[in-house]
Design a protein around this ligand. Structure first.
Ligand SMILES: NC(=O)c1ccc[n+]([C@@H]2O[C@H](COP(=O)([O-])OP(=O)(O)OC[C@H]3O[C@@H](n4cnc5c(N)ncnc54)[C@H](OP(=O)(O)O)[C@@H]3O)[C@@H](O)[C@H]2O)c1
Length: 262
């Protein structure tokens, strides 16, 4: 369950359904984009997978999403990404990793090398933020993180060297930074310019990203080696998905919410 799922739900009636009617594409029929599971059946010509394989990925761009018992995903297409789920990762971890980790990794990539640099992650307790902290720290950066005080221990445990409370501490308390990563879309480039060094990089989740299966495979490898872990805050049943949407809408989601299906 991602923040994007809630945004798509909110947009669908007022924007996506009318656009779909106008331009003839199908708006989302089943919500949710991240999944993990076991291959039940293969389509014609699929040789990369076998029935019984553990897999994970996304259904991004498909009308029928991942909040379901069965998902149908194209193996070779620009819609969604699919890869094998190593035995060292649980199904829950496989379903929680893709969007947060791919988004964080792609945006960190735009900021340049991480080794030896100072990286500030703003909004570090969300799905993207919690992955950005881990990825930057594991790639040799010194991470300063901003989050709510209640999430300070969680964010420290992910590898942040300093954790500051965005509600009571000024941005300037972070000190000079080589990279600012806005993980919640609430910090403008202008607001952080006083702490960014000359030539420093600002990246934000407000920039679009695209899913790349080779990036997902790299991130899965890091996770299977125990170098990163998707932070799972809650596990809910499929029938409780509306509750998860309400939590995302409240802006208080921590890390990831995993939808369990028997
Ligand atoms: N560009 C892309 O391709 C892409 C992909 C995925 C997601 N996104 C976007 O990235 C954003 C983050 O998504 P997400 O799932 O990681 O997390 P999220 O659920 O949107 O964010 C939850 C976290 O945001 C923190 N937060 C709320 N208001 C804040 C504020 N004013 N300042 C700092 N932190 C604040 C909360 O922490 P506290 O409780 O500690 O305050 C909470 O832990 C969303 O807007 C999403 O749409 C973009």
């Amino acid at each position: 369950m991602t923040a994007g799922d809630a945004k798509l739900r909110a947009m669908s009636r007022i924007i996506l359904v009318p656009l779909g009617l106008l331009f003839g594409f199908k708006p989302m029929e089943i919500p949710g984009v991240e999944f993990s599971g076991v291959v039940e059946e293969l389509g014609p010509g699929v040789t990369e997978y076998a029935a019984g394989d553990r897999v994970m990925g996304t259904t991004t761009g498909l009308a029928r999403g991942a909040n379901a018992e069965f998902v149908v995903v194209p193996v070779r297409s620009r819609m969604g990404v699919l890869t094998k789920l190593p035995d060292s990762l649980s199904f829950e971890e496989g379903a929680a990793l893709p969007v947060g980790a791919m988004t964080a990794w792609q945006l960190l990539g735009k900021a340049g090398p991480l080794e030896g640099r100072r990286v500030m992650v703003y909004g570090a307790s969300g799905s993207v933020g919690s992955c950005a902290v881990q990825l930057a720290a594991r790639h040799g950066a010194t991470v300063t993180a901003f989050c709510g005080a209640v999430n300070s221990d969680m964010v420290s445990s992910l590898g942040a060297t300093r954790v500051l409370d965005y509600k009571s501490q000024a941005l300037s308390e972070a000190g000079a930074q080589d990279v600012v990563f806005d993980a919640v879309g609430k910090l403008s480039r202008g607001a952080c310019s006083p702490i960014l060094v000359k030539g420093g990089a600002y990246v934000s989740v407000r920039s679009p990203t695209s899913e790349k299966v080779y990036e997902l495979r790299y991130l899965v490898r890091l996770a299977s080696e125990g170098r990163i872990r998707p932070f799972i805050d809650r596990r809910i049943r499929l029938e409780d998905v509306p509750e998860a949407h309400r939590l995302v809408d409240s802006s208080r989601k921590r890390g990831n919410i995993v939808v369990l299906i028997d």
